[in-house]
Design a protein around this ligand. Structure first.
Ligand SMILES: Cc1cc2nc3c(=O)[nH]c(=O)nc-3n(C[C@H](O)[C@H](O)[C@H](O)COP(=O)(O)OP(=O)(O)OC[C@H]3O[C@@H](n4cnc5c(N)ncnc54)[C@H](O)[C@@H]3O)c2cc1C
Length: 373
């Protein structure tokens, strides 16, 4: 019998497992393909300010809290794993391609200022001084010095090593069901056996709403196509996000000479196809903003599913099934929210108390507020 069985070994499940093991709990993670979910696709942006959406203020506060935890989390993780996670603190530049895009940028800036967030409007010349690779057609920019990035795959690899070093057991198997015993979660049924556990953490990403034995959860797959390119050493100082004729694209440098270009956002269920149109739009817009992208080597195309929820915020803490703890629904911010999710969930598992920062994100908010249903 393990204290905690974690269903899912993506960034979220592994980080929860690592933190819970560091609190003295025995932890088993079950995943038949750890790291192959949304965590493989993530661009690694830690960007609560440039991701801030209208009516998403609670999510913004959670994101800012998690961003503040990232430097210590990254340092501790690197020390435990012995490998780097690629935290970059060069900030994020958002640019507008044409006059309409710049108007959109001004609206975004006004919204950010209303919320008291730090963002500086730049002229086209100032934007190019910061990022000389920008096309001369770029019409203006917004610098958010506090929005950073990590190498999401490096974080996942480090979490695997750190969790193992902390005593977490990783079982490479498929989870078929949450087993209930006397009205509470009592473990996981795997393809080959039952894993009894005192508590179960649900961290199956976009598949969290589909597992038998789990109460109904509003988690849906939001498809994202993303590209990886090589040969980008020195091309960009930090993340560049752009509005290009009303469409969004981002370019995130990582790992010395690599670049992630993303991402589409599509409601197409679990469709795993990388489409010609998806790749075309991303490359077309990225090359419009940074023409040199056209000279890079396209090394990978990938489609994965963000775990979407009705208010774009995660599902954290206890569920309506006693013993079942939720750590899912992180949608487009799962990398950013990994530290706060791991630390709040480990606190709940170790003490029975969900920290205040996570309290607004329990699943019962959808019952309380019909707006989201
Ligand atoms: C294109 C794209 C770009 C993104 N960019 C960013 C970004 O820049 N910044 C950011 O913060 N977030 C980003 N995200 C979001 C982020 O990737 C997710 O929120 C995060 O990875 C979710 O992590 P997770 O561990 O919950 O889910 P996942 O990584 O999907 O992990 C779930 C795990 O569960 C396992 N699993 C599922 N079903 C079963 C089963 N029945 N049995 C056993 N195992 C199972 C899977 O194998 C998988 O390993 C992006 C997402 C996409 C798709």
């Amino acid at each position: 019998m393990t204290d905690v069985a974690v269903a899912g070994g993506g960034l979220v499940g592994l980080a929860v497992a690592w933190r819970a093991a560091r609190r003295g709990l025995s932890v088993t993670v079950v995943d038949d393909a750890p790291g192959a979910g949304a965590s493989a696709a993530a661009a690694g942006m830690l960007a609560p300010v440039t991701e801030a959406g209208y009516r998403e203020e609670p999510l913004l506060r959670l994101g800012l809290d998690s961003l503040a935890r990232w430097p210590a989390f990254a340092a501790e993780l690197e020390a435990a794993a012995g490998t780097p996670v690629g935290l970059r603190t060069a900030g994020t530049l958002v640019v507008g391609f044409d006059e309409d895009d710049v108007r959109e940028l001004d609206a975004l800036h006004a919204f950010q200022r209303e919320l008291g967030l730090a963002a500086h409007r730049l002229t086209p010349r100032e934007a190019r001084r910061r990022e000389p690779a920008l096309a001369t057609r770029v019409r203006g920019g917004l610098l958010v010095e506090g929005d950073h990035s990590v190498d999401g795959r490096a974080v996942h690899a480090a979490l695997l090593a750190a969790a193992e070093a902390a005593g977490v057991v990783l079982v490479r198997d498929r989870v078929a069901e949450v087993v209930t015993d006397g009205g509470r979660a009592g473990g996981l049924r795997l393809a080959s056996r039952v894993l009894p556990a005192d508590r179960v953490v649900l961290a199956l990403g976009a598949r969290s709403g589909q597992l038998p034995g789990v109460p109904p959860l509003p988690v849906r797959p939001v498809k994202g196509q993303v590209l990886r390119l090589a040969g980008a050493a020195g091309l960009l100082e930090g993340t560049v996000r752009a509005l290009v004729r009303g469409r969004q694209v981002y370019l995130v440098p990582y790992g010395g000479d690599r670049l992630v270009v993303g991402a589409t956002s599509e409601d197409r269920g679990f469709d795993a196809r990388v489409t010609a149109g998806g790749v075309h739009d991303l490359l077309h817009d990225a090359i419009d903003v940074v023409p040199e992208v056209g000279e890079l080597e396209l090394t990978e195309t990938l489609a994965r599913w963000r775990p979407g929820t009705p208010d774009n915020a995660p599902l954290l803490g206890p569920s309506s099934l006693p013993g079942l703890v939720l750590a899912t629904g992180h949608h487009r911010n799962g990398v950013l929210l990994t530290p706060v999710t791991a630390e709040a969930t480990a606190e709940l598992l170790a003490t029975g108390e969900l920290p205040e920062v996570a309290a607004p994100f329990t699943a019962d908010r959808f019952e309380r507020s019909p707006v989201w249903s």
